[in-house]
Write a protein that binds this ligand. Structure first.
Ligand code: ADP
Length: 270
């Protein structure tokens, strides 16, 4: 990672408040996260600095327990760092109360989980519309936008289906539509294909890649799978709570350190 100041990050003094859209969507500066459990401290992240810029396609990989999910939760504002700075759209989240943070998360970031996290008894279209409820969008407009998001993942023929009536791949596509419905600048996906077979996993990856290519949505995904990591334009490897490799964005033909990845995959399975 470079230490140079981002151009137009909007992160300078006095820049919180309304400002032009920044090229840097998420920035972490020496972020640490310590969990305290029964009096025992676990340092899950031990000083991570990175910037995710608009339109990037990033894979985060590393052995199980290395801190990937912790990092994703922080980048997605689902959690706060124990120390260090985290800027979303140039806004320092430490300065935001819980309600403002929830609003920023709702507007700036879409989250896709390995386990889909859909409401089981709720039709697809209503699952997708849910983030817009929290934004106070009216019912008709919610429905219109939810249908458009489901069209983007080729599920316009499954509007009334409940998650239990859908395949795993379709459920994940509903979850992507839900992440997309608020038109976020960043999609964070934690092992999005982890619960899917190869065919469905491929379909989900193709959708994420199309959203990145055609709409410019930044995609940051955690994966254990070397082939999936190899498709990203930037690879970040984490080990023991620190970044041990960051290729930077727009690496040409992904020069994946296949042996390292294979080692991570093996370590993750142990
Ligand atoms: P990964 O996603 O790479 O498998 P995690 O971010 O889930 O790693 O976990 C990093 C470390 O933090 C692990 O040692 C894990 O046991 C620990 N950890 C994660 N979540 C918690 C928690 N809520 N309380 C205590 N320890 C945790």
């Amino acid at each position: 990672m470079s230490a140079q100041e981002p151009a137009g990050s909007g992160a300078g003094p006095g820049s919180n408040g309304t400002q032009p859209r920044a090229a840097v969507a998420i920035e972490a500066r020496d972020v640490r996260r310590v969990y305290r459990l029964d009096g025992v401290e676990v340092a899950a992240l031990r000083g991570v600095s990175l910037r995710i810029e608009e339109g990037e396609y990033v894979a985060i990989t590393g052995p199980s327990g290395s801190g990937k999910s912790t990092l994703m939760h922080l980048l997605g504002c689902l959690d706060r760092p124990s120390s260090g700075e985290l800027l979303i759209d140039g806004r320092d989240i430490a300065r935001l109360g819980d309600a403002d943070l929830a609003q920023l998360r709702n507007e700036a970031i879409g989250f896709v989980f390995q386990s889909f996290q859909l409401l089981a008894r709720t039709p697809a279209v209503d699952n997708v519309a849910l983030p817009l409820v929290y934004r106070g969008v009216g019912r008709a407009e919610r429905r219109r936008r939810a249908i458009a998001a489901l069209e983007a993942v080729h599920l316009e023929h499954r509007l009334r289906h409940r998650p239990t009536q859908l395949s795993g791949g379709e459920q994940q596509r509903v979850a992507i539509a839900r992440a997309l419905v608020g038109e976020p600048r960043v999609l964070l996906a934690d092992e999005p294909t982890g619960n899917l077979d190869t065919v469905n996993g491929e379909e989900v990856m193709a959708i994420l890649e199309r959203l990145n290519r055609e709409r410019g949505v930044a995609v940051v995904l955690v994966t254990h799978e070397a082939e999936i990591a190899a498709r990203a334009r930037r690879l970040i490897r984490i080990r023991d709570g620190v970044v041990v490799e960051d290729t930077g964005t727009d690496r040409a033909a992904p020069p994946v350190a296949a042996t390292d990845l294979a080692r991570d995959v093996k370590a993750a399975q142990e």
